[in-house]
Design a protein around this ligand. Structure first.
Ligand SMILES: O=C[C@H](O)[C@H](O)[C@H](O)COP(=O)(O)O
Length: 218
């Protein structure tokens, strides 16, 4: 499909998700090209919303569109968060962080009562495959990389909070096992594996069709 179709699908998924937002809600805004069309559509609904942004780019776009953006500390609990993904596998398991924002995005997702993932048709996959974005602490970086073994630093790329952005490049069959290993390493600030239980809704647009799947959250 053409790039134009992909952009149209992102817009369709984003528009659908904007319709899940209700007046008075506290809203977490993700980062990336799928979230980009969400912002003006949400603003155009004219609802009374308070938003938290997961990146400077999203915050700037939201403010420019007329949305109220507050600090995360001012809004520590959210009613809904809406974000894109790099891969969506059965579970649903996600890989996020192609745009470096995965640590912030996971914090916002867990703070939200409902976490909605929006995507164009190419994001669903039968199983997750590398790379898995990482955010590493700068202190002890070489030591962390040696311990991980199969991680590559994205040269000169930092997270919104100054963390070193790298990618896990090793093959993996069991995302839960890899997530446990990454969570257990003191040099890993965050990783882009989002486990089942975090996601409450997946909205995927394929051409003009939008498929909405709901998942139980513990
Ligand atoms: O760090 C970036 C985020 O996790 C994005 O949500 C993810 O990379 C998907 O981005 P896009 O919507 O541009 O494909």
């Amino acid at each position: 499909m053409s790039v134009t179709t992909s952009e149209a699908e992102k817009h369709a998924a984003a528009t659908y998700a904007a319709g899940l937002v209700e007046d008075g809600m506290r809203v977490g805004l993700g980062t990336g090209s799928t979230v980009a069309p969400l912002i003006p559509v949400l603003a155009a609904r004219g609802l009374n919303l308070r938003c938290v942004a997961t990146s400077v780019a999203t915050a700037e776009a939201a403010v420019a569109a007329g949305l109220v953006v507050e600090s995360f500390d001012a809004l520590p609990e959210l009613d809904i968060a809406i974000d894109g993904a790099d891969q969506i596998a059965p579970g649903p398991w996600l890989i996020k962080g192609g745009g470096r924002a995965h640590t912030r995005e996971k914090l916002v997702a867990v703070a939200a009562a409902r976490f909605v993932v929006i995507a164009s048709h190419e994001k669903p996959v039968p199983r997750l495959t590398p790379p898995v974005p990482l955010e590493l602490l700068a202190f002890g970086l070489e030591s962390t990389l040696m311990r991980l073994g199969q991680a590559t630093v994205r040269g000169g790329v930092l997270s919104p909070d100054g963390g070193i952005i790298a990618d896990w490049t090793g093959a993996f069959d069991d995302p839960a096992e890899l997530a446990r290993r990454l969570d257990a390493d003191p040099g890993v600030v965050g990783h882009g594996l989002f486990e089942p239980g975090l996601v409450s809704d997946v909205v995927v647009a394929t051409g003009a069709d939008v498929e909405h799947t709901r998942f139980a959250r513990p």
